[in-house]
Design a protein around this ligand. Structure first.
Ligand code: HEC
Length: 402
């Protein structure tokens, strides 16, 4: 019986996704547009470069105006919240309320009123690429400088600079911890890992296959903005880009481009890579997702935030939580005001228990009110084989910060 429901729900979900993709396909691309970029370029490289260099100041101004209209980009480090090697994390709400509004007044309005008066804060719309119609890979200056210094490879684009101020970006270079050799601490020794130094840094602590894999991740390959043809955005012909130019030290440097799997071009979102650590907090494995679906009634609408490699979809969700700060709260620091499991939802080998929760963080008296979910999976012998605790980590981070 439960199996039947599970497959019905799954079927409904898949049907929904198929319908959504069919309708997007039918609506786009607009007439006359193609999924492909032109392959043969008739203009000379010099003329393309001259034209794009001339347009750069205007393109830059347009984007910087958009940023300052939407966001407060001032440098306001949070006291006592730092990344692993000490770079401070920024604090405060950085989206600006619409002109002439305050958050309090906005909070007092109904969703309908906000929609009618067009007062939805623009900062919550997707962040555009620094030149969205053009797109492509853009690297922050500190990364460009370090790669140029180590390898003599230049990742500068003649048409575009990276846009966000350094104080919002991850610390550079990020430390590297090996799960297999935690005893070694940060094995990067404070350096940016490149094809020049990886062997010296990892010989003796990785196995031969891992070292070989690392070599490939650090080897440049030509791509659209960095290659040897007219269709490039580097002044000189370029050897290309490495995986670790974005996944710097296996972490991130906030390098960006637009998501690959969407057409037409204007629907593509800007993407940003997170640290492995913060991604994992948000990640549901496929198996877990299917198990959750099985708990839904057939016909229930499921809203999916999908995440595939380079799709850029979940990235921004996690930015509100200081993920790299030290975990400072222990259970003993909380006073439980309420812990009320109020339903036991059962299906197949799983039980989901929603819990109404109220906690006080004793050091500062801040309160957390949440609806938690405990998800238990049982084996054939009735013993628990997995437990998952779904919790609003943002609230905890806010309550426990200094
Ligand atoms: C231009 C920057 C850029 C380059 C170059 C790049 N990546 Fe990524 N990569 C990203 C971003 C951004 C994401 C996160 C996308 C998301 O959130 O959906 C990502 C995600 C991934 C993930 C998923 C990780 C996870 O935790 O789910 C893998 C694996 C990955 N990249 C491998 C590679 C490999 C291998 C290469 C080189 C062949 C490469 N990347 C080159 C930007 C880049």
């Amino acid at each position: 019986m439960f199996k039947g429901i599970k497959y019905l729900a799954l079927g409904a979900g898949i049907l929904l996704l198929v319908m959504v993709s069919i309708s997007t396909f039918v609506q786009s691309p607009a007439m006359g547009e193609s999924s492909y970029s032109p392959v043969v370029i008739t203009a000379s490289f010099d003329s393309i470069m001259a034209r794009m260099k001339a347009a750069k100041p205007e393109v830059t101004k347009r984007h910087m105006d958009l940023l300052s209209e939407r966001y407060d980009l001032n440098n306001r480090p949070a006291a006592g919240e730092a990344m692993s090697r000490g770079k401070p994390i920024q604090e405060g709400v950085r989206v600006k309320p619409p002109q002439g509004m305050t958050w309090e007044r906005l909070g007092a309005m109904s969703p309908e009123e906000i929609r009618e008066k067009d007062l939805f804060p623009a900062g919550f719309f997707p962040l555009p690429h620094p030149n969205h119609p053009e797109g492509g890979m853009v690297f922050p200056k500190f990364h460009i400088d370090e790669v140029k210094k180590q390898e003599g490879r230049d990742l500068t684009r003649f048409d575009l600079d990276f846009d966000l101020p350094d104080h919002f970006l991850p610390e550079f270079p990020a430390p590297i911890y090996l799960t297999t050799r935690l005893d070694l601490g940060d094995v990067s020794k404070g350096k940016l890992l490149t094809i020049d130094n990886y062997y010296e840094l990892f010989n003796g602590i990785l196995n031969p296959k891992q070292i070989e894999g690392l070599r490939l991740l650090l080897t440049p390959f030509p791509q659209q903005q960095f290659n040897q043809t007219e269709d490039r955005r580097s002044e000189r012909p370029s050897r290309g880009v490495t995986c670790f130019d974005c996944h710097a030290n296996g972490h991130t440097n906030a390098a960006t481009h637009t998501v690959g799997d969407i057409r037409p071009n204007e629907h593509r979102h800007r993407i940003d890579r997170l640290s492995q650590e913060s991604r994992r907090q948000l990640q549901l494995l496929d198996d877990e997702l299917y198990a959750l679906w099985a708990q839904f009634k057939p016909g229930v609408r499921i809203l999916m935030v999908s995440d595939s490699c380079h799709s850029g979809s979940v990235a921004r969700l996690a930015l509100s939580t200081p993920s790299t700060g030290p975990a400072r709260a222990a259970l003993a620091d909380f006073e439980f005001v309420r812990f009320e499991p109020f339903a036991f939802l059962e299906g197949d080998d799983m039980v989901a228990v929603p819990v109404r929760l109220e906690l006080v963080y004793k050091p500062n008296g801040r309160r957390i009110r949440d609806l938690e979910m405990h998800l238990w999976t049982f084996g054939p012998d009735g013993l628990v084989t997995a437990f998952r605790h779904l919790v609003d980590t943002h609230q905890f981070a806010q309550a426990t910060r200094a």
